[in-house]
Write a protein that binds this ligand. Structure first.
Ligand code: ADP
Ligand code: MG
Length: 751
């Protein structure tokens, strides 16, 4: 028989990219930059680093660097490549924002794109690397775009200095003109190598009608049908967010109960193996049931600034009825499925713990059908083996950001045609497959052709500061693959000037965007957080406030630290349990908000109190569970506190701050000081309560006025200041849900 590493080698040899090894390596040898296009699953990420390694690119001092826009991919691809090459993780390693296993012996390094950008700040020529691979360039993440712009300059510089370096840009789509036909980026267009993927035919089935909002119900019904009627083969379902994923997983486990497995979220219904007549214990395989999964803290990851947005706003979910529409559809396959086959249901989304994510790569228990219910993360970054059926809701959850007002909102929108085709393609990797689109062909025809580059959809103050710190004076002239609008660049620059990170321009008008960075700006750029928070850190040394500011900033940038108990539960019993938890959570928030002066810090005091209490208790899973805190968020805050503490000590060698897990609450004068520091970072995020005489229109009741918005904004009922309604407040951001709500509210002294 063949052992597992031999099977792995066989699978490797079947990858389409193997046929192109020589073509690729020849191009890399001859050109500074090569663009490589190949369908997801063709072997780009796992094989190209190995080609380079075998060709000696890591043997004469330099190493091979691979950037990924997603942390999930950086971690899992480093593991995969290490396994395929039979090398330890100290040689094929990864580095993400908070963690990594890079050693002196590292030869291949997978990292998030943000990590490489930070390295450019330390060594503009990236002399450590002999090759840099920019992976998933089609995703057009902001850092990827910036890296390509910078590397287009770094690579020729390196060659001029006699320290040759190669750049490989890899994309899952053929849409690479923004890189190849952009003369400002590459004067001579880099060669494009296409890898022909062995793609089997995927039959696309459109719905006749398009469900307006109940697409999770529709997805559920479709999965049930596929599982009951169609021959063996894994199912991959695309939904938009974590809450939807869990709700569909729950319903599927209820409909096809066989697995008495308890997820760490603790919301699954327990069903004994023997309860279901179709469930044959022997078929369920040898999976252990009942015991809690172990959570390996070492491999916990957190997300870059915008990654995982699809998961951050839970609660966009429908209240559909349990689907019973299971009649036979007109499916083309003649083969009959065995309805007694168990369904092995797995969730997949960015915020899921890595060891839970890794489950999708191992084969399902013998005889069971795999069903992965995923968010957009499964579209291109990860290839799940054995998928034959794709169910595509046609939507994606995205964060929208209003350029003028700064209001953020999460919206579920239609995907692009390119995305829809990517999703469909996932069904034809190992044999012909089927894609069930939960929308009509007419609706598909109205989709935009491609998704927009991220840089056109978010504020860029952090990028502008980092670029200024790299001494890129005129950000407008930077060779962006897709330039952000000048409007966005100007508002970023204005914010940075108001924070003191950039000097005022000498003249208005003509000299825009050439204002130099200040010493304060340099210090701020050293902190791995957005400029507003960096400013708070830069001011944190007064009155012993630094540990508090570090904690507040860490908690603010991790964003959602509270568990969401508003999502629809599966059963009465669960609903009651959730209501109990919610009540406890409300009580704890009130406690954490403190008394006396500290109440004025509002939601920020709640953050401080929550982190303080959690760390005092040893930051255990149990403490979080009992007090409505997201364990994963608290671990992220812990790491970030450590990292920010180091950064503060590095910028300012006599700061002498350390992470104190038995932090006493701030004194009254410290609270006052903290409020001033917070105001310095959020000075443009100020809101004033409307006065009685302005209350002509009832919509302004309890409303606040901000300088830029015509409509009122509100303090959310879950905020610590909801009852107090101070006259002046600053807020972290405005999030539009049912109303425009301020998040992270802190009272400002009216003077
Ligand atoms: P690409 O980057 O072109 O999308 P990859 O190199 O990521 O392709 O994947 C190539 C193949 O390796 C895929 O068919 C996938 O199934 C397999 N593969 C990748 N990662 C893993 C993993 N962690 N476990 C099992 N198979 C994997
Ligand atoms: Mg890949």
């Amino acid at each position: 028989g063949c052992n597992s590493s031999c099977e792995l080698q066989e699978a490797r040899l079947r990858l389409p990219i193997l046929a192109e090894e020589q073509v690729i390596m020849e191009a890399v040898r001859e050109k500074e930059c090569v663009v490589l296009c190949g369908e997801t699953g063709s072997g780009k990420t796992t094989q190209v680093p190995q080609f380079l390694y075998e060709a000696g690119y890591a043997s004469s001092g330099g190493i091979i660097g691979v950037t990924e826009p997603r942390r999930v991919a950086a971690i899992s691809m480093s593991h995969r490549v290490a396994t395929e090459m039979n090398l330890p993780s100290g040689v094929v390693s990864y580095q993400i924002r908070y963690e990594g296993n890079v050693t002196e012996n590292t030869k291949i390094k997978f990292m998030t794109d943000g990590v490489l950008l930070k390295e450019i700040q330390k060594d503009f020529l990236l002399q450590k690397y002999s090759v840099v691979i920019i992976d998933e360039a089609h995703e057009r993440s902001v850092y990827t775009d910036i890296l390509i712009g910078l590397l287009s300059r770094i690579v020729p510089l390196r060659n001029k200095k006699g320290l040759p370096m190669k750049l490989i840009i890899m994309s899952a789509t053929l849409r690479v003109e923004d890189f190849t036909e952009n003369k400002r980026l590459f004067r001579t267009p880099p060669p494009v190598i296409k890898v022909e993927a062995r793609q089997f035919a995927v039959t696309v089935h459109f719905n006749k009608r398009t469900p307006v909002d109940n697409y999770t119900g529709e997805a559920f019904r479709k999965i049930c049908k596929i599982h009951r009627m169609l021959p063996p083969g894994g199912i991959l379902v695309f939904l938009t967010g974590q809450a939807e994923v869990h709700s569909v997983c729950r319903r599927l486990r209820k409909a096809f109960p066989y697995r008495p497995h308890r997820e760490h979220t603790g919301t699954q219904t327990h069903l004994a193996l023997t309860k279901h007549p179709l469930c044959l214990t022997s078929r369920a395989g040898s999976r252990k049931g009942g015991s809690l999964p172990r959570i390996n803290l070492d491999s916990y990851s957190a997300l870059p600034v915008d990654e995982g947005d699809e998961d951050r706003q839970a609660g966009i979910d429908d209240n559909d009825n349990e689907g019973s529409d299971l009649e036979l559809g007109d499916h083309p396959d003649k083969e009959k499925a065995d309805p007694s086959i168990p369904l092995y249901v797995l969730p997949l989304y960015s915020l899921l713990a890595p060891e839970q994510q890794a489950k999708v790569f191992s084969p399902p228990p013998t005889g069971a059908r795999l069903c992965v219910v995923a968010t957009n993360v499964a579209e291109t970054s990860l290839t799940i083996p054995g998928i034959k059926y794709v169910v595509d809701c046609g939507r994606v959850k995205k964060r929208f950001y209003d350029r003028v007002t700064g209001v953020s909102s999460f919206k579920v929108t239609w995907i692009s045609q390119a995305s829809a085709n990517q999703r469909a393609g996932r069904a034809g990797r190992t044999e012909p497959g089927h894609c069930y689109r939960l929308y009509s062909s007419a609706v598909f025809g109205d989709f935009s052709l491609f998704s927009e580059a991220e840089i056109t959809r978010r504020p860029v103050d952090d990028l502008v500061l980092q670029m200024k710190d790299l001494n890129i004076e005129k950000v407008v002239n930077f060779p962006f693959p897709t330039p952000p609008s000048s409007e966005v660049l100007i508002s970023a620059e204005q914010l940075l000037i108001s924070l003191g990170a950039l000097e005022e321009p000498p003249r208005r008008g003509r000299a825009r965007l050439s204002c130099p960075i200040t010493p304060l700006g340099r210090a701020m750029a050293a902190f791995p957080v957005a400029p507003r928070y960096a400013k708070m850190l830069a001011l944190g040394r007064q009155q012993g406030c630094m540990p508090y500011i570090i904690t507040i900033v860490a908690a603010m940038t991790v964003r959602e630290i509270f568990e969401d108990y508003d999502r629809p539960a599966g059963s009465e019993e669960e609903n009651t349990k959730m209501a109990g938890k919610k009540a406890r959570c409300v009580q704890m928030r009130r406690l954490w908000a403190g008394q006396g002066q500290s109440v004025q810090l509002g939601d920020l005091m709640v953050l401080l109190g929550a982190v303080g209490a959690c760390e005092f208790a040893g930051c255990t899973h149990q403490f979080c569970e009992e007090n409505g805190l997201r364990y994963k968020a608290m671990l992220e805050i812990r790491r970030l506190r450590g990292q920010l503490t180091n950064a503060v000590n590095a910028v300012c060698s006599d700061a002498g701050v350390y992470v104190d897990n038995k932090m006493a609450p701030p004194t009254a004068s410290q609270v006052l000081c903290l409020r001033q520091i917070v105001l310095a970072g959020l000075g443009d995020h100020i809101a004033r309560r409307v006065q009685a005489e302005e209350l002509l229109d009832p919509k302004w009741r309890n409303g606040y006025k901000t300088p830029l918005l015509d409509d009122p904004v509100f303090i959310h009922p879950s905020s610590a200041l909801h009852k107090t309604l101070p006259e002046f407040v600053v807020y972290q951001e405005i999030m539009e849900t049912t109303k425009m709500y301020m998040r992270g509210v802190c009272a400002v002294q009216a003077e």
